[in-house]
Design a protein around this ligand. Structure first.
Ligand SMILES: [Zn+2]
Length: 421
C-alpha cells in the first residue's frame, strides 16, 4: 500500500539538525521522506496542520519490563529488597500466562500514550516480546538470565542458550534480541560466562541491573548485607574488600561498548572510570530508584565522565508510569537537589537521553531516535501551554519543563497513528 502524507508543525525538532520553525515532515510508506517547507508541498498531498505543536521523534525507553505493567501498586511502601524478594519473585513464581500477556499489551498501549515507540524490554519469557510484535512496538528484547536458586547450572545454562538462539532466529530488523545477565547478585560466574560467550558469538547487546541496591556492594565487597547467604557465598567470588559488583562483571568480560548498565545508583568513582574506558552506556530510572528507596544515581558525574546516558521508566511495579517527560524532569531536579549545580544538564542533552542516546545504545539509530530521511515515521506531537512560555524558553527547555503527559496530542509508529488524545 502506497501512502504518502505530511504533518506541519509550528516547530519541528529533528534531533539530527537544529529545530525548524514552521516545517513539514513528509511521510511515505511509513518512512520519513524528508523535512521541507510548505511552499514545496504538492497541492494534493494530504496535510495535517498543528501551528502550535512541536513535532519530534517518538521516544525510546531504555529500560522496562512490560510483563509487570499490571502489577503497579503491588508493594507501594516496600523497600527494594522486600519489593523484590517478598513481592516480585513470589509473583513471578505464581504468574499466570494470560494475565502477564495482557499486562504486556497494556504496557505497550500506555507506552504509545506517552509517545514511546521503541523499548528495551527485559524478561525471561517471550510474553513482552510477543506483545511487541503483535502491536508494532519496536525494540530489543533482552532475555534475562539468572541463577540464584539454580542447582544444576550447566543444565540451565544450556536451556538459556537454546532459548536465546531461538529468540535470535525469530528476530527482525525492528524486534531484535539481546541478553540480560539480570544483576551481579543473581548471576553466578558460570551464567555470566555464558552471557558473554553468546553475546560475543551472536553479536548481541547486553543489559543488566547494576549497583541498584546498597546491599549489592556490601555483599560483593564484604560478604555482608541482605544478599549474604551461605548458598550464595559458595558460588560467587570471595570478597576481597575491593571487588565491587561492577568489577565482578568486568572480570567476567560483561562490561563493554555493547552493554547497557541500568540504575548504577551505588557505582564508585573507580567503577565510573572502568565504565568510561569500556565505552558502555548508563541508564537511569529516577522514579523507580526513589520509590524503592535505593537512592539517587549521580547522573551529573556520569555526564562529566563523558559516559552516554539514557533514561528508562523501569516497570510500573516500581517506576509507576511510562511517562518519560516526568522522568526527565525528575532526573534533572534530583541532580540539582543532590549537587547544587544547575548548569550541567542542558535541556537538549536531556532530550537526547530519551531519543538519540537510547536509539544508539540499542543499535537502532537507523530506525528511530531522530527524523533523518529514510528512518521510520515514528513521531510524537506535543502542544505545550503557550501562555508565558514562548518568550523565555527555547524549544528544548519547553520540552523539558512544560510538557506533561496531558500535552501529548498524538504518536505515530511507521506513519500509523498509535495514539491520539
Ligand atoms: Zn529492571
Amino acid at each position: 500500500m502506497h501512502e504518502r502524507f505530511a504533518i506541519a508543525a509550528g516547530t519541528i525538532v529533528p534531533m539530527n539538525e537544529p529545530p525548524i520553525e514552521n516545517g513539514v515532515v513528509v511521510i511515505a510508506d511509513g518512512k520519513i521522506e524528508g523535512i521541507t517547507g510548505r511552499e514545496q508541498l504538492p497541492r494534493d498531498l494530504p496535510l495535517q496542520e498543528y501551528p502550535d505543536g512541536i513535532l519530534m521523534p517518538a521516544l525510546v525507553n531504555a529500560h522496562t519490563h512490560l510483563v509487570l505493567t499490571a502489577f503497579r501498586g503491588l508493594a507501594d511502601d516496600a523497600d527494594f529488597f522486600s519489593w523484590l524478594t517478598d513481592h516480585i519473585v513470589p509473583l513471578e513464581i505464581d504468574r499466570r500466562e494470560d494475565e502477564c500477556r495482557k499486562s504486556a499489551r497494556l504496557g505497550i498501549r500506555k507506552s504509545y500514550r506517552h509517545g514511546i515507540t521503541a523499548i528495551a524490554e527485559n524478561h525471561y519469557t517471550f510474553w513482552g516480546r510477543d506483545a511487541m510484535v503483535e502491536l508494532g512496538m519496536k525494540g530489543v528484547m533482552f532475555y534475562e538470565i539468572f541463577g540464584l536458586s539454580t542447582l544444576d547450572q550447566s543444565q540451565s545454562v544450556e536451556r538459556d542458550r537454546i532459548v536465546i538462539e531461538k529468540l535470535v532466529s525469530e528476530s527482525t530488523d525492528r524486534n531484535r534480541a539481546g541478553v540480560s545477565p539480570h544483576a551481579p547478585y543473581t548471576v553466578t560466574p558460570t551464567m555470566g560466562e555464558m552471557a558473554r560467550e553468546i553475546s560475543g558469538k551472536l553479536d548481541l547487546p547486553l543489559s543488566t541491573h547494576m549497583a541498584e541496591p546498597y546491599d549489592e556492594n556490601q555483599f560483593f565487597m564484604k560478604g555482608e548485607g541482605r544478599f549474604a547467604d551461605p548458598r550464595h557465598a559458595a558460588r560467587w567470588p570471595k570478597p576481597d574488600g575491593e571487588r565491587t559488583s561492577l568489577k565482578y562483571f568486568d572480570e567476567l568480560g560483561l562490561i563493554g561498548p555493547k552493554t547497557l548498565l541500568v540504575h548504577g545508583v551505588h557505582l564508585t568513582y573507580a567503577d565510573l572510570d572502568i565504565i568510561a574506558k569500556r565505552g558502555c552506556t548508563l541508564v537511569t530510572c529516577p522514579t523507580s530508584n526513589a520509590k524503592t528507596g535505593v537512592g539517587i544515581a549521580r547522573v551529573s558525574e556520569w555526564v562529566k565522565k563523558g559516559i552516554p546516558v539514557c533514561i528508562g521508566t523501569d516497570s510500573p511495579s516500581s517506576g509507576e508510569t511510562f511517562d518519560l517527560f516526568e522522568e526527565m524532569r525528575r532526573m534533572v531536579l534530583f541532580q540539582r537537589g543532590l549537587t547544587g549545580e544547575t548548569g550541567n544538564l542542558p535541556a537538549e542533552s536531556v532530550i537526547r537521553m530519551v531519543t538519540t542516546n537510547p536509539a544508539k545504545a540499542l543499535r537502532m539509530e537507523d530506525l528511530v531516535g531522530d527524523l533523518r530521511s529514510g528512518s521510520c515515521a515514528d513521531l510524537l506531537l506535543v502542544q505545550p501551554e503557550l501562555e508565558g512560555v514562548k518568550k523565555y524558553r527555547d524549544v528544548y527547555n519547553t520540552l523539558l519543563w512544560d510538557v506533561t503527559s496531558e500535552n501529548i496530542l498524538a504518536t505515530w509508529a511507521d506513519g500509523r497513528e498509535v495514539y491520539r488524545r
